[in-house]
Design a binder for this molecule. Structure first.
Ligand SMILES: Cc1cc2nc3c(=O)[nH]c(=O)nc-3n(C[C@H](O)[C@H](O)[C@H](O)COP(=O)(O)O)c2cc1C
Length: 212
């Protein structure tokens, strides 16, 4: 019972979330670390994530790119190549070895990107052709500049959905659990296991997202 008489659930009590039985309610939030050089998770992430693991505790990995068009921050991990999948395996294994539950958060940053992150210097892809104003960021880049995005054609959307499908399968192959959750965040395309759908997205892409 709290001081105002309301019922209080202790933070360190178990919680059943779908098929997962969490031993407590303290979750590692997804935190972009920018230490995955060349978009490949590094050995030091084994220590980073295992240090934050408790038996029955949930960890959500830093946002992880689904394709070469999905990147917008330096040195963030991906999960679209074999090398990336193999690099994730010892990290996930280390979390499991301590009894933790690990989700991979997969994303495409959409227009939160610039030509420098895109294959062949192409325009970032988005649900809109409206660009973003420069942004002050907390680490690495003092001010991030964004290039004008290219609005995806309807017929291109299934390819993006397929990127997510493959990345989700790769995440499972690497040992992660997958637990889709939908949230709205402006500018990102779609993120699973927090599935983020841009608020500029059209109905067609929304429908496609649910086909995952
Ligand atoms: C350095 C930093 C990196 C972050 N990276 C991610 C990320 O990769 N994915 C995500 O969904 N949220 C990310 N976030 C948001 C955090 O998960 C969020 O701050 C945390 O859940 C706490 O929520 P609050 O800021 O609303 O209190 C990041 C936040 C910070 C400060």
């Amino acid at each position: 019972m709290g001081s105002n008489g309301e019922n209080v659930i202790p933070l360190l009590s178990p919680y059943t979330m779908g098929n997962f039985l969490l031993s407590h309610r303290v979750v590692l939030a997804p935190l972009t670390r920018q230490r995955s050089y060349g978009n490949v998770p590094q050995q030091h992430a084994v220590l980073y994530y295992s240090q934050r693991t408790t038996k029955g505790g949930l960890l959500i990995a830093e946002a992880t790119g689904v394709s070469d068009t999905s990147q917008g921050y330096p040195d963030t991990p991906g999960i679209w190549t074999k090398e990336q999948v193999e690099a994730w395996k010892p990290i996930v294994d280390a979390v499991h070895a301590k009894g933790g539950i690990f989700f991979c958060q997969i994303w495409n940053v959409g227009r939160v990107s610039n030509y420098g992150f895109q294959p062949n210097g192409q325009a970032p892809i988005s649900s809109t052709d409206k660009g973003l104003a420069p942004q002050v960021r907390v680490s690495g880049v003092p001010v991030a500049d964004f290039s004008p995005p290219r609005r995806l054609k309807i017929e291109e959307i299934p390819h993006i959905v397929n990127d997510f499908r493959i990345a989700a399968r790769n995440a499972i192959e690497a040992g992660n659990s997958l637990f889709p959750q939908c949230t709205y965040v402006q500018s990102l395309l779609i993120t699973f296991s927090r599935a983020i759908i841009s608020n500029k997205v059209n109905n067609e892409s929304m429908n496609q997202a649910y086909l995952l």
